[in-house]
Design a protein around this ligand. Structure first.
Ligand code: GDP
Ligand code: MG
Length: 607
């Protein structure tokens, strides 16, 4: 395809502002999908995406577009069709690395803003990313069909944010289809065609890769230079692996084979690679004959910073968990894991995630797609520990913290972020940040009563509850976005939990000394509710460096459950026994005490 007839763009927006629905309308308007096959958020193809109504993975698709004649604009229909390559992206902050990868493959971005909600934290973050990647941004006000939509006000916010003219802001309804043709026209008029040398050595950026059980590793690429042919020998420049492009083509939205992918085009390449490590995301694909001299600039490698232990509910399922994690990580380059052994929970894995949503999604996929029953410990981050003998160590769980005597200093990760919310909530939000041990910086007030609060906070304190509190404090209007800033030494201690006098390693957490007493009390209170009564009194204690700071006792069980059903009906007793057994399945034997799986999650909802 002639480069001047190609346009590559992605759709970026805060979560729920209508990216995937807008993509539906574009697919429809360009006749890419048969109307009979059309369904809502078509590009959200994973079950979990459809169920949760969110996009988790980026999705590329190619459309052919022939603009209609427009006599008012003095335009006649061109004799050619445009090739539009669209990438739909996820809006949640955990997946912003998917967004930055999509941006690097495109020349333009549709920035979608819900006209009833206005600019939100992820809108800002996406604008910064798009500007950094030098993309042409087309602002789009969506949901103008809603009675609560205020396109003039939100349009003014966008004009201020982007420094564009108000007539540049498109007004559409992805629901009714209003304004969709204007959006397509704006894409071909405003997004520049791809550059690159069609005759040069092949260079294609791998922006995603998937592992297909039947076909092997499939790469999603944007070709920058040269032309890649089906059947050609290929080379990955960073991995230094060679293979064959068994098949290539584009997504329409299903895989459609083609003979070549040439400079400017986006498509897929089925390879004979056995593992995704041979064709990593961010690598440059070139030809094994006449390889390119220099690779394209790739991406920053993603670094997980939320860690949790995942253990099979029963020990014999450890091999299945291992297998499932291996498979899952083939399609999720951000997922990292190492084996972990817990005194209480046995063999499992410590897994690194990009955030809490990522963690929930991985857990759900393991439980659902692989039918595993899992115990997940409360999430934490990594800490840098300065040792007395000199040197540092990185720990990913509280249990790994060495003896306090050998520790000089513990540093925790801090985030730098922005909260966007109506100005009326600023006071409450400042308190929220302070309660998370954070500090607020600059506060700016935009058009139409919107405030942007810059803040810094320790990452561990924003993991559980922070987002929910922010949402409820601002009646749902607030949002925040963050990035990792640095590691800062703080007065941190390990908070241990003793069950019947013995330390339960999986329940230990690292906390600030000033917060330890309150957390310890909460921990034992919640555990008291979570652990069922036993035949003897069970003491629950929270301790810092061996010093007990909180205590609760679980009183002993008085009689057995069927005791009161004397005489008579055996079937009723059997039912009760069966129920008791059911409950036991997810109990972990700890010394003499049975701890239910849920108890290991008590800290999830703290603070
Ligand atoms: P995404 O998270 O940005 O991909 O957003 P979705 O496309 O999944 O849409 C989020 C919700 O907004 C869905 O319930 C859509 O049906 C709804 N929605 C999207 N566009 C419009 C619109 O133009 N008007 C109305 N009324 N609802 C819309
Ligand atoms: Mg979506």
């Amino acid at each position: 395809m002639t480069q001047s007839h190609i346009r590559n763009f992605c759709i970026i927006a805060h979560i729920d502002h209508g990216k995937s629905t807008l993509a539906d309308r574009l697919l429809e308007a360009t006749g890419t999908v048969d109307p009979r096959q059309m369904k809502n958020q078509l590009l959200d193809s994973m079950d979990l995406e459809r169920e949760k109504g969110i996009t988790i993975k980026l999705a590329p698709v190619r459309m052919n577009y022939r603009p209609a004649a427009n006599s008012r604009a003095g335009r006649s229909a061109p004799s050619f069709v445009y090739q539009l390559n669209l990438i739909d992206t996820p809006g949640h902050v955990d997946f912003s690395y998917e967004v930055s990868r999509s941006l690097a493959a495109c020349e333009g971005a549709l920035l979608v803003v819900d006209a009833s909600q206005g600019v939100q934290a992820q809108t800002l973050a996406n604008v910064y990313l798009a500007l950094e990647a030098n993309l042409t941004i087309i602002p789009v006000l969506n949901k103008i069909d809603l009675p609560a939509a205020d396109p003039d006000k939100v349009g003014a916010e966008l004009v201020k944010l982007l420094g564009c003219r108000s007539e540049d802001v498109l007004r559409v309804s992805a629901k009714t289809g209003q304004g969709i043709n204007e959006a397509l026209q704006a894409i071909v008029e405003r997004v520049p065609p791809p550059g690159g040398a069609p005759e040069g050595d092949i260079r294609a950026l791998v922006f995603d890769s998937v592992y297909d059980d039947y076909r092997g590793v499939i790469l999603y690429c944007r070709v920058f230079d040269g032309s890649l042919a089906s059947g050609q020998e290929i080379k990955m420049m960073a991995a230094d692996s060679v293979g064959t492009a068994l098949e290539l083509g584009y997504l329409h939205p299903n895989m459609t084979p083609d003979k070549t992918l040439s400079a400017g085009e986006i498509g897929y390449v089925v390879t004979n690679f056995r593992s995704v490590s041979e064709g990593r995301v961010g690598d440059t694909l070139t030809g094994s004959v006449n390889p390119a001299k220099r690779p394209l600039s790739g991406y920053r490698e993603v670094k997980p910073f939320v860690y949790a232990g995942l253990f099979p509910a029963s020990a014999e399922h450890y091999p299945q968990l291992k297998d499932a994690l291996e498979k899952l990580s083939l399609n999720d380059s951000a997922l990292q894991y190492t084996p972990e052994t817990s005194h209480v929970l046995g063999h499992g894995f410590r897994i690194g995630f990009l955030g809490m949503l990522h963690m929930d999604i991985v857990r759900e996929r393991l439980e659902r797609d692989y039918r595993l029953e899992l115990i997940v410990t409360s999430p934490s981050t990594d800490y840098r520990v300065k040792l007395a003998g000199g040197g540092y160590m990185v720990i990913r769980s509280a249990a790994e913290l060495p003896d306090p005597a050998s520790v000089v200093e513990i540093s925790e990760p801090w985030i730098r972020g922005e909260i966007v919310a109506p100005a009326a909530y600023v006071g409450a939000l400042l308190q929220l940040v302070a309660s998370a041990r954070g500090r607020t910086g600059n506060i700016s007030y935009g058009e139409s009563g919107l405030a942007v609060i810059n803040f810094e906070a320790p990452l561990p304190n924003t993991l559980s509850g922070f987002y929910d509190k922010l949402k409820s404090l601002t009646s749902g209007y607030g949002s925040y976005n963050y990035e990792l800033a640095d590691y800062r030494p703080e007065d941190l201690v390990r908070l241990d939990c003793l069950v019947a006098g013995e330390r339960a390693d999986a329940l230990s957490v690292i906390a600030h000394r000033g917060e330890a007493a309150r957390l310890g009390r909460q921990l034992v209170e919640k555990l008291k509710e979570a652990i069922p009564k036993q035949l003897f009194v069970v003491s629950l204690q929270a301790a810092v460096n061996g010093k007990i700071i909180a205590r609760e006792d679980i009183p002993a069980l008085k009689k057995n459950v069927t005791g009161h059903l004397y005489g008579g009906d055996v079937s009723r007793k059997k039912k009760l026994w069966a129920k008791q057994k059911e409950g036991k399945k997810r109990l972990k034997k700890f010394g003499k005490v049975d701890i239910p799986a849920d108890a290991f999650r008590v800290l999830l909802n703290q603070k």
